[in-house]
Design a binder for this molecule. Sequence first.
Ligand code: AMP
Length: 430
Amino acid sequence: MTTFTDFPLAKSILRAIDETGYTTPTPIQQKSIPPLMEGRDLLGVAQTGTGKTAAFALPLLNRLGREAGKPDHRRPRGLILAPTRELAGQIHDSLRTYGRYLGLRTGVVFGGVSIRPQIKMMAQGIHVLVATPGRLLDLMEQDHIRLENVEVFVLDEADRMLDMGFIPDVRKIVAKLSMKRQTLMFSATMPGPVATLAATMLDDPIRVEVTPAATTVEKIEQRVLFVNKDKKRALLVDLMNDESIERVLVFTRTKHGADRVAKQLQKSGIEADAIHGNKAQNARQRALDAFRNGDIRALVATDIAARGIDVEGVTHVVNFDLPNEPESYVHRIGRTARAGAGGVAIAFCDLDEKSLLRDIEKTIRQSVPIFADHPYHSTEIANDPGTTKRPRQQGHRGRGARQAAAPAVAKTPRKPGGHKRARRPSGRAA
Ligand code: AMP
């Protein structure tokens, strides 16, 4: 069995890993770290939860830590781009953890907060910068950051960059990088524009693919509850009576929806908060911290805000709205069942969402068991074949968002009795 000491990593990094409590490298770490330490470019097809952050952070820290020296003003040697502030913050935390004995200076910049401390930080100089694309471009345009000394460039969650309309910004940033660099790109999925970007950015990359989706999904107890749109909030409040729901992440399609759901829960005496892009960074961080340390039971989030958030012990995930893309469903429910634990994923499905449910079932290659034993069960929705695409209520999508993958042909209705009836929607997996 491979251990971290099998990699030629600096002793100070091995010590930090040891103290973090990691013993065995995850599959993506096993496959990525050796070629990265040889200086190869890499295309990693992996989602959050696979250990991809350490897979790129350890070789990067090892390389730059060899001759740390004093950092140059404005000119980082390592650059990591992430689509959201939360993810950028978490990557930076990981760099600090793994690199704490290295003498490298690291920093993070993102929008939504004052730019002045970021300008000051860059003027003083840092070795490794984690950034979101928009704020990085602002700082570059004002000449507070220059990229010509970047030796290692990492683009994380490229597919989310695409969803959020950031690819043109990414291209502008890449154009300023030196050709003499090592480049790493990670993406959970490979839609066309991401594959094109990889082809232009990477030089003879090795491709490392880990597919935890199926195994993750298998460990999760899934349920679907058929409910009319206007009864969803009441249903959620009703479900929260179940005390086995200790820590629940609730996904809504819109920011507005997230606020409404959180408010309704609070009104019903349930500790809850919402996070989404319209909230100030410190309010988001407060909500996330409260959720992490158990002060609130429910965190309501949009996909984008929840991206990259890694909270231990999420017992339940509720898809208050079904996502347009089946892959998002897999990402969402993967927030429970972390680190080998089980978890429960509950989906609310209204009439308009029946076709989305069918797409999800096709993607995960299993049907989601129906739970009908609740006060708001709708037989009309249950009996609907879900083969008709109905116009969806206006969803919040970023620029350049991908369209939902609609099946071109109608599918035959599912055989009756194809679902196991579950007793409790919220009971934890064994
Ligand atoms: P990531 O996919 O980078 O977001 O990592 C997911 C989680 O796995 C994080 O909480 C990491 O701290 C944790 N992790 C990463 N590598 C390992 C490892 N080798 N052993 C145990 N946990 C790990």
